[in-house]
Write a protein that binds this ligand. Sequence first.
Ligand code: FES
Length: 110
Amino acid sequence: MAVVHNSGFRLTKEHFLVAVPVAVVSAAAGFLVSRYLSSRTCKKGHVNVGISKDSPKVVHSFDMEDIGTKAVYCRCWKSKKFPFCDGAHTKHNEETGDNVGPLIIKKKDA
Ligand code: FES
């Protein structure tokens, strides 16, 4: 059996016997590599990939009187000063196309 395309390119049964397994193995390898890379960068459903992972729940609490005139809190979970924003959201947004930013709490006149 041979399939001849308009370009004159001829595919024989032997071509298919080689091409099909190569395509299947390539697709499987690509799938496994993408799964591996995905699992390294982000666990399924986790937004927190590195902060206090030994704790069952990450909670921070502040008294209003202790905040002062202004506090900037991280909402992207990438800050090295978590729970405070250190600007890491900018890099995250550039790399992912996301649009996250901090929570800013301030007195009206601050
Ligand atoms: S570093 Fe996370 S919101 Fe700014």
